[in-house]
Structure formats: structure tokens, C-alpha cells
Design a binder for this molecule. Structure first.
Ligand code: 8X3
Length: 273
């Protein structure tokens, strides 16, 4: 086991270690897998311990079950990380949407949940890990990274999206402000904002488990983004030369030119004749 407190160069760990939240499914799980293939040590974090255990066995990640909206869990996880090795990168993927109601019909419980998981938990966990990221950067004389997976919903509102728009915009502002606050330190702050990504759970959870309604969201859309597509970009952003900061990567499927402009049916070139 690595002791992060050591400063002896001979004892420095070679593999970089990333902490990935929301790792029990979707983009978080895909990111944990991707980073393992890129040679990172990975700590996979999520609430669902049994899913994490399966991932741990399969890809050789360390798993830590935690509810990042709970201060005690965040504290325990930060403590465990400090005792078990460096933290070279934090990838904030945990979050989600609940409901697709108009503002006038919005359920305050849904809004509160979205603010807790997307904004408050992100702030709390990022703040808790910053000392470890700084220590890793100092010990290695290299950079450390904080990635925020936000959404195109952070950039433009849509009818029925206000709660999620507001929560993701809030999370995005954490990234913007943090990058300014860390100016002068070797810490990169990277935001990845995906549009339509078809995952096992995101839309199903948002729509209260209504499978038919969830399927309709992606109906006839040629090749929505996959969790692996997003994980590839995160992998690239973390592998880019240390002086290169990808501030914001907005990514969508080709069929989705904008939040409000989604092509259904096969894509085809409008050739003359
Ligand atoms: C998900 C993108 O279009 O459902 O983060 O708001 S969208």
C-alpha cells in the first residue's frame, strides 16, 4: 500500500491515481474503465456498494461506497484517500436529473435533490480533496486535475429543464470559479459538457422509471453519445500535456445540433441529383 505522506523520491508511487465519482454506472463507470486501460490507479466512488464491488473485481479499481451528500461520508473518504495514496485527479461525475416539469409544476423535492447531488456534493467533495491534489502535484512536481462532468443543460435552458438547467449551471460555475481561484498553481480544472448521452439510467431515473417515456427520448436518433464517448474525452483531457488545460469541452451527437434541434431518422448527406 502506498503511503502518500512520504516525500522520499524512491518511495514515490509511479501510477497516477484518479478518484471517479458516480462510478456505479453510466459515464462514471465508463470513466473508471477507461482510466484503468490508460494505466491509472482508480478509486471508484458511488453509493451502491454491490455494483462497485463487481467493478472492483472486474477492472481492478479500488471501491469506496459513499454518499457524497453526507458530510461524514466525504470526511471518511478523504481520510481514507489521504492514508492510501496520492490523488492526482478527481473526476466529478456523480449527479443526475429528476423530473421534466415546467417551472410552474416543479416539485421542490426534485429541485432540492438535483441541487444536492450536482452542486452541493460536488463543492463539498472537491473542497475535501483539494489538499490531496495539491500534495500530489507538489510531491510529483507535476500537475493534478479536477474534472467536472456537467451538461449542455448548463449552457442553455429548455422547457421542462429548469431544475436540471439550474443545477448543472451551478455545477459549471464551480468549475469556472475554481479555475480562477487556482491560478498560479499546477492544477487543471476541466469541464466536459455532454449533450444527449444514452445510458442505462440517466433518463430512466429522470422520468421516474417510465421505460417507454425514456425510450422515446432516444427514438430514431442516429447514434446518441455513449458513456464510452464521454470517457474517451475525459481520458484525453487527463492525458494531454500538463500545460494544456481543456477548459470546456462541449460534445454532442452529430444528430443534435443544439439542445432544441435534434434530427430523428437516419443522417444523410443532401447531395445534388
Ligand atoms: C443531459 C443532457 O439534454 O438531457 O445532461 O439536458 S439533456
Amino acid at each position: 500500500m502506498t503511503d502518500a505522506t512520504t516525500t522520499d523520491a524512491a518511495d514515490r508511487p509511479t501510477a497516477r491515481r484518479a478518484v471517479v465519482t458516480g462510478a456505479s454506472s453510466g459515464i462514471g463507470e465508463a470513466t473508471a474503465r477507461k482510466l484503468r486501460t490508460l494505466g491509472w490507479d482508480v478509486v471508484a466512488v458511488a453509493r451502491r456498494a454491490e455494483r462497485l464491488a463487481a467493478l472492483e473485481n472486474e477492472i481492478g479499481a479500488a471501491a469506496f461506497a459513499a454518499d457524497l451528500t453526507a458530510a461524514a461520508d466525504v470526511e471518511a473518504l478523504a481520510q481514507w484517500l489521504a492514508e492510501t495514496g496520492p490523488v492526482d485527479a478527481l473526476v466529478n461525475v456523480a449527479g443526475g436529473a429528476r423530473g421534466a416539469d415546467r417551472v410552474e409544476d416543479g416539485d421542490p423535492d426534485d429541485w432540492q435533490w438535483m441541487f444536492e447531488v450536482n452542486v452541493l456534493a460536488t463543492q463539498r467533495f472537491t473542497a475535501a480533496l483539494l489538499p490531496l491534489l495539491r500534495r500530489a502535484a507538489a510531491d510529483r512536481a507535476a500537475h493534478a486535475d479536477v474534472v467536472f462532468v456537467t451538461s449542455t443543460a448548463a449552457q442553455v435552458a429548455y422547457a421542462g429543464g429548469a431544475g436540471y438547467n439550474a443545477a448543472k449551471a451551478g455545477q459549471s460555475m464551480i468549475a469556472h470559479a475554481l479555475r480562477l481561484e487556482l491560478n498560479g498553481e499546477p492544477l487543471r480544472v476541466i469541464e466536459i459538457a455532454p449533450g444527449m448521452v444514452q445510458t442505462e439510467e440517466f433518463t430512466l431515473n429522470r422520468l421516474g422509471g417510465d421505460r417507454a417515456a425514456a425510450d422515446r427520448v432516444y427514438e430514431d436518433v442516429e447514434a446518441p453519445l455513449t458513456a464510452d464517448d464521454v470517457a474517451d474525452v475525459i481520458g484525453y483531457a487527463l492525458s494531454a500535456p500538463g500545460h494544456v488545460n481543456l477548459d470546456l469541452v462541449t460534445m454532442r451527437p452529430v444528430a443534435q445540433s443544439a439542445q432544441h434541434l435534434l434530427a430523428r431518422g437516419p443522417l444523410h448527406a443532401r447531395t445534388a441529383g
